[in-house]
Design a protein around this ligand. Sequence first.
Ligand code: AHR
Length: 512
Amino acid sequence: MPTESARVVIDLDLPGPTISRHLYGHFAEHLGRCIYGGFWVGEDSPIPNVGGIRSDVVEALRALRIPNLRWPGGCFADDYHWRDGIGPRDQRPRMVNSHWGDVVEDNSFGTHEFMALCELLGTDAYVSGNVGSGSVQEMSEWIEYLTRADDSPMAALRRENGRDEPWKVPFFGIGNEAWGCGGNLRVEQFASLARQYSTYVRNHAGNEVYRIAAGASDHDYNWTEVLMKSFGPLDGADGPAGPFQGISLHYYTMTGPWDDKGDATSFTEDEWYVALSRAAHMDELLTRHGQVMDRYDPHKRVGLVVDEWGTWWNVEPGTNPGFLYQQNTLRDALVASVHFDAFHRHADRVVMANIAQTVNVLQAMILTDPDTGALVLTPTYHVFAMNTPHHDARSLAAHVIAPEASRKVEGKALPLLSVSASSKGATAHVSLSNLDAAQERTVVLDLRGRDIAGFSAQVLTAAELNSHNTPEHPEAVAPRKLDGVRRHPRGLEVDLPAHSYATVALELGADD
Ligand code: AHR
């Protein structure tokens, strides 16, 4: 029997801030099998490819309408020297990827290959620049190489390497995790460097760059505060901030300590709840980093960019510990849906987010088999697919009112229903996550302000909390139609299976 109803009040005629599609961004680092084997197989591979880029991966990601792709790192970005990755592939210098497996990187995937990938995906490039071991000149020349149209030295070099037209690069990262792998810098030191490096990431040929300075980890509110102070007065409402426009935040979900983060597929019911409670902590982080930013920037001219988030488990047994390859279960799917609810609620400040990482690394959308090349779409992939209607829609406040079931997890109350909603034109979408491991739940959607002309719903769930997809069982966790939705005097009533994520699509009628 479903447990007693929860009621969710949504005012359909009071749309809030726009949920940027860039909240659904992705991240591809030179790490393990993300680039090599994941995106890039090389032109001579038996795996179908376009200029070396896997066609099946591109096709799967195009269906998600991924808005931007961050590259080349992560920690790798602060070791990366872009000139090593241009020109004839067989003449490119090699380097050691010291962060990730200590393997030799042959630079066969570089700037031109990344930009070709973005073009195939139809996505915006988010290039992450090297502050930790790179020079201001190197960063300045990279943006010139990428985006300048005339016969400047870097534009001419790009042409020599086969690309006439400049590319568009809307997003550029100024360092990564500068407090750690990006140089072990103190925040005051990095704030000065961020101002300096950003100044030389110039807008060429009408390419307007949004510069994102490496921000805090987790609850390091002081890092955010010092970066915000470095702007100087931001009390006017107009124009983009400068010299950088956004600051980042990184937060990963795990159930154990750093040296034993928890297993991806073998976990207890308690660990299910710990993971979801720690995922729900993203909301508090956004609130508190946002409060710090509000003190310096009341008009929200500076964006918060969560450019690394997701689950980080122990690697799959038998795989290289430096490659961060992990399975992905229904639990990961709900970690993602809870994050999206938080991003939607904070859409006025959070302008962009990037899950770590797209293929074969951490909380991936796609896993590929290193031997057979077989491709599997993960439960997390399906959450991204089900969320596409929220892209660039207007956020709607969704108030969960009593009785709101919750569970004490690590001393904090975890609400067992996570909700968010948005509207666009004559449609609205509601996301509902039932975090209860065992109990189904009936939810009343108290829909105010507009008539409901029609509705449909989808659900993602599975028999087990740790159900996951494999080449043998690629659809063990896949969305299906949700039949348990019916009209109710207040709007709609929805039966949510235990441990499930559902989206309800509404066709809006007249104002009521
Ligand atoms: O995503 C894996 C790593 O996590 C990134 O390289 C780094 O920025 C973070 O610590």
